[in-house]
Design a binder for this molecule. Structure first.
Ligand code: T46
Length: 136
């Protein structure tokens, strides 16, 4: 799978009562079957999470409360930072992308929709192995 990071803008179904965002599997925004959902909250101030890549996983990250920064590095060393600070912003991460999550606000809740069940064998935690583009 090619490494790819795509910023997604969700269109809220807003009215005078407030906002609602609906996400559907196998849609343009979530182009996979959602097999797992997890969320990160109550983070320790200054913490940096992640520091790994995935071989095959596809994920959509949304900071539904507060804000955090996602740093994505491609196997060629290209780095991009994305500030997720509103529930209508998402990040689709596919393939071999080294990711870090940092600068969490106190109220940050980062929810992640994932294409596969949790599998430690899908993680690449060795940065040098990642830079070699080795998915073994
Ligand atoms: C990712 C970023 C954005 C589970 O038991 N099941 C799960 O589905 C997950 C995601 C984690 N865990 C366990 C494994 C560890 O004992 O929860 C603990 C913390 O996981 P980890 O250190 O991998 O968390 P992060 O925040 O560094 O990374 C997570 C995801 O693991 C990863 O896939 O892309 O969020």
């Amino acid at each position: 799978m090619d490494a790819r990071v795509t910023e997604i803008q969700f269109v809220p179904k807003g009215d005078e009562r407030g906002q609602l965002i609906a996400l559907e599997a196998l849609s343009e925004q979530v182009p996979f079957e959602v097999t797992r959902v997890y969320y990160i909250f109550d983070t320790t101030p200054g913490t940096v999470r992640g520091n790994h890549a995935h071989k095959n996983l596809k994920q959509v990250l949304i900071c539904v409360s507060g804000a955090c920064t996602i740093v994505c590095e491609m196997p060629d060393g290209t780095k991009m930072e994305y500030r997720l600070d509103w529930p209508n912003r998402g990040l689709l991460i596919e393939g071999l992308v080294w990711r870090q999550m940092k600068d969490f606000s106190k109220d940050a809740v980062l929810i992640v929709l994932a294409s596969e069940h949790y599998d430690e064998a899908d993680y690449i935690r060795d940065y040098n192995q990642f830079r070699k583009g080795c998915a073994k």
